[in-house]
Write a protein that binds this ligand. Structure first.
Ligand SMILES: [Zn+2]
Length: 282
């Protein structure tokens, strides 16, 4: 999401929209031609495109404060935003397009978006305010993220890390990999995790190591540098490595599913049964 936002920001920030086309019933008649994109920012897995309305005359000839709107989208499982040269041929079927934003320099098209809505920028909190601290945001707060996770001690740590109300930004890959790096079984309850803050910090390091272009990987060296891209090693410690040998102990990696919990999607987990034993009676 961070990469998607950076790409959209580079293409759209400072640009005036020539036209907008919202292909969802609620906003089908909304036209934002003449509005200027000021910035595109990620908030957890949410994307916020902020826009400023055309200048208006105010009282006594002093320009009025511009209107500000935010296009809020969420990719869910299938969604993607793509940037094309003006009039460029789309790489996704047209019927999956939900939002088309056109500027003189680029077309930005959101396909199969899980959420698409337009809110006043001053009311952004109503759509993303429920999110916990953002791992990549300027307001990152490790203590607050840990406090939210520890507030539900019986929840499996693998579920807690994925719950965006605790902290925003960890997807399934980083959830699985952070558990492996701490030697914690993803199904272990939060109360059994010795160092929640260390797991969160690992996830943050992995996220930050993958902000650039290139194949995503979590296999870093001791100084935090990425080694998994070029060394011939797999890109991940356990993620999608079912039945393949653990990179530390050679035990075959296992795959399973954590029970669905409120507010989170059910996703596969991967773990090494030797490096990440389940605490307590089996
Ligand atoms: Zn192992």
């Amino acid at each position: 999401m961070f990469r998607a936002a950076a790409q959209l920001h580079a293409a759209l920030a400072g640009q005036q929209l020539i036209s907008s086309d919202f292909r969802v019933p609620r906003f089908a008649t909304l036209k934002l031609g003449g509005w200027t994109v000021t910035e595109v920012v990620p908030r957890g897995k949410h994307l916020l495109m902020r826009l400023e309305g055309p200048a208006r005359a105010g009282d006594g000839g002093i320009p009025a404060a511009p209107d500000r709107l935010t296009i809020h989208s969420h990719l869910k499982m299938e969604g993607t935003w793509q940037v094309y040269p003006p009039g460029g041929r789309w790489r996704k079927p047209g019927f999956t397009a939900r939002c088309v934003l056109r500027t003189a320099a680029a077309d930005a098209v959101g396909f199969s978006l899980g959420i698409l809505e337009v809110v006043r920028t001053s009311e952004e909190d109503s759509v993303v305010g429920h999110l916990g601290p953002d791992l990549l945001g300027p307001d990152w707060d490790l203590a607050e993220a840990e406090r939210r996770i520890r507030a539900a001690p019986d929840v499996p740590i693998g579920v807690a890390l994925l719950d965006q109300r605790n902290l925003a930004g960890i997807g399934n890959i980083y959830r699985c990999e952070a558990c492996f790096l701490s030697g914690v079984h993803p199904a272990a309850p939060v109360s059994a995790v010795p160092d929640v803050a260390a797991m969160i910090t690992d996830a943050k390091v992995l996220l930050e190591a993958n902000l650039g272009a290139g194949r995503r990987t979590t296999v870093l060296n001791r100084r935090g540098a990425v080694v998994g891209r070029s060394s011939g090693l797999p890109g991940y410690w356990v993620y999608r490595r079912e039945n393949q040998p653990c990179l530390k102990c050679r035990t075959p990696v296992r795959r399973g599913v954590l029970a669905k919990a409120t507010g989170t999607e059910e996703r596969d987990i991967y773990w090494c049964p030797t490096c990440q034993p389940l605490p307590g009676p089996a």
